[in-house]
Design a protein around this ligand. Structure first.
Ligand code: AHM
Ligand code: MG
Length: 316
């Protein structure tokens, strides 16, 4: 079963009114990710490693692959008629595609997450979230919806193989790119996150500036003999957490008092996937998917993973 067949099936079951628009949109995403993974596979060969000397809206140095990945998504999605707006980590403003007002969907994405890992042959990823454009809504107001309104969300992890994972609100499904035929093939039907795991995943170098409750929480996990895993690519850290269970956290720090990760295109899509797989996601105060965003590049603290570990944090 290819991802294309799977999406068509889901579309018939979930969005009978979508008449191919939804599947056309997801095929734009899968096409862009195939282009990105092809470029990544050649990263050591072609002259594409390193920075382009510019900084993005977050003030971070843009890597050449960041720019390529962003353009691939803008190009592959920009021509699909159902698209109203595209919102990217790499663009300060939302890109409005559909000025006639007919476009139904807004796609929000982080084109290349974990970009500090590109040059060192460590997994990186693409994350996306799909929202319906509320009737008549224009500009940022159309995008600023709480995560529970997501129609679909997913990611690709470019690891030892490229794996596409998505949910349309009816379970989580994973597909591995079969490079011989250039298609994503169903390899993880109905993914479930274990109720409890044995890993915690956090940038422990920041621990001294975590709020005291987080420090106690990590101490408790250590007391319970948890082991530590941290890749520094959110998609890869999440993918492991989805398969093996445990908890990923990026709490507030001295440098990033509101957290480092972005609500709309990092926390929300992964929170949707986590919940659909039986896990949980919180900002430390409440459910990530209930947060009403105030701006498109808003940051958040994030704790997500197995039910048991996230509930332990809540209890502390
Ligand atoms: P990016 O989108 O610019 O790559 O930044 C997000 C990344 C995440 O992939 C990862 O979880 C986090 O930043 C790592 O941050 P740190 O290096 O502070 O641990
Ligand atoms: Mg990024």
């Amino acid at each position: 079963m290819t991802v294309q067949q799977h999406i068509l099936q889901q579309q018939e079951d979930l969005f009978p009114e979508a008449r191919g628009r939804f599947s056309s949109l997801l095929s734009g995403i899968t096409l862009a990710t195939k282009m990105i993974q092809a470029k990544i596979r050649r990263a050591g060969l072609a002259d594409i490693i390193g920075s382009v000397g510019a900084t993005n809206v977050q003030g971070e140095t843009q890597q050449k692959l960041d720019v390529y990945a962003n353009q691939a998504l803008l190009d592959c999605l920009g021509t699909r008629e159902s698209v109203a707006m595209l919102v990217s980590e790499e663009n300060a403003e939302a890109v409005v595609i559909d000025r006639s007002g007919e476009g139904k969907y807004i796609i929000v994405f982080d084109p290349l997450d974990g970009s500090s890992n590109i040059d060192v042959n460590v997994s990186v990823g693409t994350i996306f979230s799909i929202l319906r454009r509320p009737d008549g809504a224009q500009g940022d107001a159309a995008v600023l919806q709480p995560g529970w309104k997501q129609v679909a969300a997913g990611y690709v992890v470019y690891g030892s193989s490229s794996i596409f994972v998505y949910t349309a609100g009816q379970g989580v499904f994973g597909f591995t790119l079969e490079p011989e035929i250039g298609a994503y093939v169903l390899s993880y039907p109905n993914m479930r996150m274990p109720d409890q795991g044995t890993y915690y995943s956090v940038n422990e170098a920041n621990a001294d500036s975590f709020p005291e409750s987080y420090q106690r929480y990590l101490g408790e996990l250590r007391r319970r003999r948890y082991s530590s895993r941290y890749i520094g690519s959110l998609v890869a850290d999440f993918h492991r957490t989805l398969l093996k269970g445990g908890v990923f956290l990026y709490p507030p720090t001295a440098t990033n008092p509101s957290g480092k990760l972005r609500l709309l295109y990092e926390a929300n899509p992964l929170a949707f996937l986590a919940e659909q797989a039986g896990g949980l996601a919180t900002n430390g105060r409440g459910r990530i998917l209930d947060v009403a965003p105030a701006s498109i590049h808003q940051r958040t603290s994030l704790v997500l993973g197995s039910r048991s570990e996230v509930e332990l944090l809540a209890s502390m």
